[in-house]
Design a protein around this ligand. Structure first.
Ligand code: C5P
Length: 235
């Protein structure tokens, strides 16, 4: 088992820059990276990324691009211009979309890591069948991860339950990023398919996206430090 040294990405799911920055100031950029999602980016725009970078954080821009190849590649390039550490797209956009984006990233002197969302964890087998995917979530997730790997992407985003199946099919350098992580005893909120941080790391995750257990803790700095120590020495 490889144990990443800085596996935590804190999801800053806020609707204002001041709230996001106030929370970020309670965190240590040596212990975590941060994630800017659709809500914050749509409200605040590139300033959200720039301001968090100025505080010393690596920023994962989680906008899950899904469009024709040229449009997605240009959007990834724009994320690179902002100095993002990681950006993502939907693997279901297909080979041409992923390869075009990966090729554009490969030509940049400094490029973000490019990861692919496999199957949204909000989709179950019945909902997938309704959109013509009859193989079920696990098979489809693993298939899309293999495709993303063969297109030159750096990794995938998947649920903790799919890590083992994907890890068996891709090499160790291929990154696995997983949300749905809850420390033992933490509120589950709306997460249904979850794992503890050390379980996810033991299964082969490289990065854990964790929001509310850290951002809504009375002391976010301590919550982050405690989760970080369970990650770097998983029991
Ligand atoms: O607060 P919590 O730890 O549940 O936040 C998880 C973060 O990961 C949120 O930003 C959420 O949008 C994201 N996410 C998720 N489940 C997925 C994909 C992304 O919870 N399947």
């Amino acid at each position: 088992m490889k144990v990443p040294s800085d596996p935590i990405i804190v999801a800053l799911d806020f609707s204002s820059l001041s709230c996001a920055l106030k929370k970020a100031e309670q965190l240590d950029p040596n212990l975590c990276k941060v994630k800017v999602g659709k809500e914050l980016f749509t409200k605040v725009g590139p300033d959200s990324v720039v301001s968090l970078r100025n505080l010393g954080f690596d920023v994962f821009l989680d906008l899950k691009f899904h469009d024709i190849p040229n449009t997605v590649a240009r959007a990834c390039e724009a994320a690179a211009d902002l100095g993002c550490w990681m950006v993502n797209l939907h693997a279901s956009g297909g080979r041409a979309m992923m390869e075009t984006a990966a090729n554009v990233m490969a030509k940049l002197s400094t490029a973000p890591l490019l990861t692919a969302v496999t199957v949204l964890t909000s989709l179950n087998d019945n909902l997938l069948a309704e959109i013509g995917v009859g193989d079920g979530a696990l098979l489809q997730t693993t298939r899309l991860a293999k495709l993303a790997n063969s297109c030159g992407l750096d990794g995938v985003v998947c649920s903790p339950h799919e890590i083992t199946s994907i890890r068996n099919e891709v090499n160790d350098n291929f990154l696995i990023v997983t949300p749905g992580v809850r420390p033992l005893g933490a509120a589950l909120d709306d997460q249904v398919r979850f794992a503890t941080p050390s379980e996810a790391i033991k299964k082969g995750a490289d990065y854990l996206v964790i929001g509310r257990p850290i951002t809504e803790a009375r002391d976010s700095h301590t919550a982050l430090s405690e989760i970080h120590s369970t990650c770097i020495s998983p029991i």
